[in-house]
Design a protein around this ligand. Structure first.
Ligand code: GLC
Length: 744
């Protein structure tokens, strides 16, 4: 036991120890606590003591840190030392809409409300760290976890994540933004080595994380499972020391994804603070010494004691962890929180309402309950508990109001037919339902559709493996479970069909021309039913906009235009060849799968617009039950110089007969760029609420930063003097006004 500093201990007896005195600056408290810790206590802070907690320092009254998933709500209590649920009866909570839904609202006020509400539930459940939000960029529609993230554009994701984190942390609960970085797929997530240009890294994949840290002030960051530059993200010096701490001045704690640590020396030196969920070195979970054998446990202590690694490494970790503890577990001024309150249900409903995207409407919607009295509801997702499954973000809800129940409240006579079966949840194998079973369910639904005034189809993906689910990617862009046949056959017998699919990913729509109305619904949690019923019936006017593109075909997506090497990557010998071919790539050419982000900066609409491959539904697309007219764009000046900024404004009028909300989007385009640049990039948005006949100005401020691209050689953001165009529109493929200006 290293003796504590005698002076400090003498002082401590005279008054409250500094580290416990919340009136003192946090850094003073950190240094005071650090002086009191033994080496063993510092090391103990750096790794798990259970599935979801780390030890504090009982001797000093420094409490344990308790963590919980996830981004959409507080996960049910997990057992101490296994992935089994603990079987508590007091951990039912509100399931908030998935973060893709939040992104689809394009409403930063709702992002703040979301963070406040989910933070109150985490606080009430006595959690110190909420393992979310996730801001990995949507690169491929096959990624099983896209539903947890905020879409394909770094500006939108950044704008939405900041208020979520700020409000969440006001509850004394740390946000743990994840998965840092380049965890853009689930296939081979544990070791795929991603190679990409620094330009793509800085322009596409880092910005939302940077906003979360620099503007959101996130108190924790979770390292991703995968590799970049040949090293695991959870202890990757360039990612964590150079970028996160060096460039962004992050002062929080870096936590591994569960099992993301793989090497003691790297973990000691490369910026990791807390090791969670390691599967250890082959020890079973029953071993009493499991946690002692963590990479940052005894092996690390031995390295410190032998001098193989400097004591400064554990002091740096302990400082970051103590700072996190003082902000959370030892923060006595935090509110008390609440769970499943009317306020939280109202918040979940508001977010759900504004997230639903009206993709197509030939006039059938809103579906008047007066006119369409006998309605057939088809689809398993009308009744399925979609908050269950999907991986670590799954939730045990207090309430779940299903779409079928809610529709029965609105329409006089509602008949239900499943139309298909999705089979049980299973990671190991796709539980394929026999074709004849699907055919019989389909026949039954089609028969009933003949007699209905209208059909509401609620299908889509679900949280089964190989659907929208952690640890697995989809293996097809098509809807599963024979749904395309079902929708086609329903539309053939009843033209009044609304397709309201639920998913966290884009998917093919071979039946699109045969149906008059399509809604994109996200995993909306507790309030999913009332939200769907209110939009379909017209009580709520939809105002969501797509946070990611819907390609017509998978091969129209950038990530799927360069062969297996670009997705999902290649392994074995092919990996060796691929890696060896990469110019100067510092990759571990071993057994790890190798993946090259060959589409580079052209992700999502950047690909569709620049390569002139129109999407089926574009990023930013979303219709309304009313109409909006845009006037001309006016610039405050057509010259932008370094020091200043200019504004561009466009009047927007609600020319319809009912109130509505329109998200007006600003894109910028460099007209004669000296480097390859996307055709346009989102640089601003504003959501206007307009009464019938009302006009409001959408006003955007453009500063030099909005013009910049990342110059990898100079390792700097550069704005080239020259001509630029401001494009203002209702979607990335629906520009309504533009204005040119010059940067000098
Ligand atoms: C999982 C997920 C991560 C989650 C953690 C704890 O593997 O990747 O998002 O927070 O483990 O469940």
């Amino acid at each position: 036991m290293t003796s504590v500093n005698a002076d400090v201990s003498a002082t401590a007896t005279a008054q409250k120890p500094i580290y416990q005195d919340e009136s003192r600056p946090v850094e003073e408290r950190v240094e005071d606590a650090l002086l009191r810790l033994t080496l063993e206590e510092k090391v103990a802070l750096c790794h798990a003591q259970s599935k979801f907690s780390t030890p504090g320092v009982a001797r000093l009254g420094i409490p344990e840190l308790w963590m919980s998933d996830g981004p959409h709500g507080v996960r049910a209590e997990i057992s101490w030392n296994s992935w089994d649920y603990a079987g508590w009866t007091n951990d039912r909570i509100t399931a908030f809409p998935a973060l893709t839904a939040l992104a689809a609202t394009w409403n930063t006020d709702l992002a703040a409300l979301y963070g406040k509400s989910v933070g109150e539930e985490a606080r009430y459940r006595r959690k110190d760290v909420l393992l979310g939000p996730g801001v990995n960029i949507y690169r491929t529609p096959l990624n099983g976890r896209n539903f947890e993230y905020m879409g394909e554009d770094p500006f939108l994701a950044g704008e939405m994540v900041v208020p979520y984190i700020q409000e969440l942390q006001k509850n004394g609960v740390a946000a743990c933004v994840k998965h840092f970085a380049l965890n853009n797929q689930e296939k081979w997530r544990g070791n795929v080595n991603v190679t990409l240009s620094d330009r793509a890294l800085y322009e596409i994949y880092l910005p939302a994380f940077r906003r979360a840290v620099v503007d959101g002030k996130a108190w924790a960051v979770m390292g991703a499972y995968n590799k970049i530059w040949g090293g695991h993200c959870c202890h990757n010096s360039r990612l964590l020391n150079d970028i996160l701490r060096g460039e962004w001045h992050f002062d929080g704690a870096v936590i591994t994804d569960w099992g993301g640590a793989h090497d003691t020396r790297e973990a000691a030196l490369n910026g990791l603070d807390i090791e969670m969920g390691s599967f250890t070195n082959g020890l079973t979970s029953d071993s009493g010494s499991t946690y002692d054998e963590y990479y940052l446990a005894s092996p690390y202590l031995r390295m410190l004691q032998s001098g193989e690694v400097s004591l400064s490494t554990v002091d740096a970790k302990a400082r970051n962890i103590l700072r996190l503890i003082f902000r959370t577990a030892m923060n006595t001024r935090k509110p008390f929180g609440s769970v499943a309150s009317p306020e939280h249900y109202a918040a979940a409903k508001s977010i759900a309402d504004e997230s639903i995207v009206l993709l197509k409407n030939d006039g059938l919607l809103p579906l008047s309950p007066e006119r369409y009295r006998r309605v057939l509801v088809v689809g398993e997702n009308a009744v399925k508990m979609l908050n269950e499954g999907g991986g670590s973000s799954e939730l045990k809800v207090k309430d779940m109001f299903s779409p079928l129940e809610a529709l029965r409240e609105v329409y006089d006579e509602v008949v239900y037919a499943p139309g298909y079966k999705s089979g049980r949840f299973a990671y190991d194998v796709e539980d394929v339902i026999p074709e004849e079973v699907q055919a019989e369910l389909r026949r039954e639904a089609v028969e009933l559709a003949k007699d209905a005034d209208a059909v509401i189809y609620i299908g889509g993906l679900n949280k089964n493996a190989f659907q929208d689910c952690e640890s697995t990617d989809r293996y097809t862009y098509s809807l599963p479970f024979c749904q395309d046949e079902l929708i086609t056959e329903l539309a053939a017998v009843n033209p009044n069909i609304v397709v309201a699919n639920i998913s966290g990913n884009a998917y093919a729509m071979p039946w699109l021309d045969r149906v008059p109305a399509v809604l994109q619904i996200w995993y909306l949690g507790t309030m999913i039913g009332p939200a769907i019923a209110d939009v379909i019936s017209g009580r709520v006017n939809p105002s969501g906009k797509l946070p990611f593109s819907f390609p017509r075909r998978l091969e129209d997506c950038g990530a799927h235009s360069f062969g297996a090497e670009a997705y999902p990557g290649v392994e074995g010998e092919a990996a060796g060849n691929a890696a060896a071919d990469l110019e100067g790539a510092d990759v571990n050419v071993g057994r790890d799968p190798q993946e090259v982000y060959a589409e580079d900066i052209l992700v999502g609409y950047r690909w569709h617009d620049t390569k002139n491959v129109p999407a089926m539904f574009a990023f930013g697309h979303g219709l309304s039950y009313t109409c909006f007219a845009y006037g001309s764009a006016r610039l405050s000046s057509d010259v932008l110089s370094d020091a200043g900024s200019i504004t561009v404004s466009v009047p927007v009028t609600n020319t319809g007969s009912r109130a509505g909300k329109e998200t007006v989007q600003l894109y910028l385009s460099e007209l004669n760029a000296v480097v390859p640049r996307p055709a346009k990039e989102l640089k601003g948005f504003v959501k206007l609420s307009l009464e019938p006949g009302e006009t409001k100005e959408a006003v955007f401020t453009i500063g030099v930063d909005a013009l910049k691209y990342f110059d990898a050689e100079a390792h700097a953001w550069i704005a080239q003097p020259g001509a630029f165009r401001a494009l203002i529109g209702s979607a990335s493929d629906d520009v309504r006004a533009s204005a040119d200006f010059v940067y000098k």
